[in-house]
Design a protein around this ligand. Sequence first.
Ligand code: SF4
Ligand code: FES
Length: 281
Amino acid sequence: MSAKKVRSVEAKPTVEADAPPAMELSLDPGPPPPPTRVFRISRRRSGDRKPHFDDFEIEVEPGDTVLDALLRIRRTQEPSLVVRHSCMHASCGTCGVRINGRESLACDTKVDSLPAKPAKTAKPAQPIKVESLANQRPVADLATDMVDFYARFEAAGLPLVRNADVASGGEPPDGIKAFGRFENCIECGLCLSACPIARTNHDYIGPAALAAAARIVEEPRGRQRGPVLALAAEPDSVWRCRAVLECSVVCPSAVEPALALLTLRRHIAASRARRLLGRKS
Ligand code: SF4
Ligand code: FES
């Protein structure tokens, strides 16, 4: 039995010897594109009675903050998006928003720190919800009118910027840390947004102004304590607080306004006791 002969066929060269070399095809797909996240942003134009939400999907780089993402959305997708910011490093207090329902500085919140999709599931990642601060008059999209917030300091006679004149002999007392914490306030309004009392009582002076009052009571250089304590004792002031402590939880500067309120209550009680005993308050 003869074996079937398999004729070997020489492969024909497909490229002429003097032709330019064929372009090399690379199988390396290169680095993967950055992951994307969906931002669900509260939108509002002046005159709108209620906000609505728009979704934007964008690529996020490692280390991006929510403010970086919002500014990229504005640059690449929605030029009309209103976002307020200034310093970009948690100092000026202008970029306050609610992120996934929690008051935060957008420039100080890393996108990576926000929950993506649950581990070991194929579910799409949850959108990152961004809204303007509560308990303040909305202007547009993520910006609120801070005038009312600042007015609470002014109504209380509490300057936002300390008078440079220091009373003679007004050296910082020992234990400067006691009031240094209140001095750290960057007037961002996060505490007012998180306060459940401010939600229902618009006359409540609010945690930030009361922290400023506590600062003066603790460290009264050049100021009279009496009028500040009188203001703190008014009906819509420290006694309205129900110690929910949300103000201290959201404060990005460790001011601890809730502690300031307790400090004021202690001073008011001591002042009343002194008056009852016929001593100078
Ligand atoms: S007390 Fe804290 S949360 Fe409130 S305005 Fe000042 S820095 Fe912001
Ligand atoms: S931009 Fe200044 S605190 Fe965020």
